[in-house]
Design a protein around this ligand. Structure first.
Ligand code: PAD
Ligand code: ZN
Length: 374
């Protein structure tokens, strides 16, 4: 079948809207009619050439839609089901899934392959040219074939154009505070980067009862939003790490925050330095942002790390148990206890996808853009 999709042919070029050809879903796969997809910074990393991703590719990995057709052997889904697509699949059988770490599922090894789970492809250009899948779900397309293992079913009355953000950013940011470390009542939290993910780290910390939540960003506009999501204090990062850390210390009785989160993934020499140096002795720094693949290292002093007995942790998908956690977060959202609408600064058409990335690069326009297909 034909589908309109946004193709990235090479790094640092605009995405091109074209009709592509999609093969029917194979065993264990679904054809999904996309309702909406968020624009996440990870796709911007791919556009910037930061990560080793095969091109041309159909980007997008924060989507939700309606099952149009199911492949052979699919029993959990039927035509008409509403689904959120996750940027990682989980098989449920490998040792990582059994250890309660579906975010580390063995299937993740194929994540950047550009192929489906069986190593073949379902998409090509209208002229028959090669196209790569992205994270198995390529959501910048009216229709997409996806593994059933990348889908989470939701009720028919859940607004897909909002909860699509749970497929990546909202769950990752929220999970970083809720699952990766368990922020608790009275804790102090420092969040560097108040974008699509960081705002969710802030709101998870607030929901968990953190007493002090310090948000750091380079844009005032993001800090205004951070307050809406539960930040108690905000600091503009004017690229003076010592000054920013000094302000964090002033706000935390001179010791630093119990948890420091880096949620930027750019300028990591300064953002990780702020998160790490702003973390209390014995505390934990969580790195959420994913930097350029060839970044040589992180600014963590091997003198300070042991002497202050700090922990530095990475997180993938916020350590979410996503088949279980996403329905839970949908429930929180439907009860009005989790903010998602407030993240969405604008809705765009697929044709406006490059505007979405321009606004993300500008940084001060919106926390998230959502592309709507219907
Ligand atoms: P975003 O662009 O929505 O937000 C980034 C925020 O950081 C913006 O508010 C910027 O203004 C702010 N910022 C930029 N530079 C600085 C700086 N020097 N100091 C302070 N703030 C700054 O991005 P996002 O929230 O979609 O993604 C953030 C990162 O998380 C990005 O690297 C992405 O690839 C990564 C990510 N990680 C996972 C995971 O599983 N670990 C999942 C999804 C995305
Ligand atoms: Zn993402």
């Amino acid at each position: 079948m034909k589908s309109k999709a946004a193709i990235l042919y090479e790094p640092n070029a605009p995405l091109v809207i074209e009709e592509i050809e999609i093969d029917p879903p194979q065993a264990g796969e679904l054809l999904v009619k996309m309702s909406a997809t968020g624009i996440c910074h990870s796709d911007l990393h791919v556009i910037q050439g930061d990560w080793p991703v095969p091109m041309p590719t159909v980007l997008g990995h924060e989507g939700a839609g309606v099952v149009e057709q199911v492949g052979e052997g699919v029993t959990r889904f039927n035509k008409g089901d509403h689904v959120i697509l996750t940027f990682l699949p989980a098989c449920g059988h490998c040792q990582w899934c059994h250890r309660g770490k579906p975010n580390l599922c063995d299937l993740g090894a194929l994540l950047l392959s550009g192929k489906m789970l069986d190593g073949s492809s379902r998409i090509k250009t209208a002229g028959g040219g090669e196209l790569n899948h992205w994270l198995f779900i390529s959501t910048f397309s009216e229709y997409s074939v996806v593994p059933e293992l990348s889908a989470v079913k939701v009720a028919g009355d859940v607004p897909l154009e909002k909860v699509c953000l749970l497929g990546c950013g909202a769950t990752t940011g929220f999970g970083a505070a809720w699952r990766t470390v368990q922020v608790g009542p009275g804790d102090s939290v420092l969040v560097v980067g108040a974008g699509g993910l960081g705002l969710n780290t802030i709101q998870a910390a607030a929901i968990s009862g953190a007493s002090k939540i310090i948000a750091v960003d380079i844009h005032e506009e993001k800090l205004v939003l951070a307050k809406k999501f539960g930040a108690t204090h905000t600091i503009v990062n004017n690229h003076d790490v010592t000054a920013v850390v000094g302000q964090v210390m002033e706000l935390t009785e001179g010791v630093g925050a119990d948890y420091g989160f880096e949620v930027v993934g750019e300028d990591t020499d300064e953002t990780i330095a702020i998160a790490f140096n702003g973390t209390v002795k014995g505390g934990t720094t969580v790195i959420v942002g994913v930097a350029k693949a060839d970044t040589p290292g992180i600014p963590v002093s091997p003198f300070v790390l042991p002497l202050f007995a700090k922990t530095v942790k990475g997180t993938l998908f916020g350590n979410a148990q996503f088949q279980y956690d996403i329905p839970k977060l949908v429930g929180l959202y439907m009860e009005g206890k989790m903010k998602i609408d407030e993240l969405i600064g604008q809705e765009l058409t697929l044709e406006q996808v490059n505007k979405g990335f321009d606004d993300m690069r500008a940084g001060n326009k919106v926390a998230r853009s959502v592309i709507r297909f219907d």
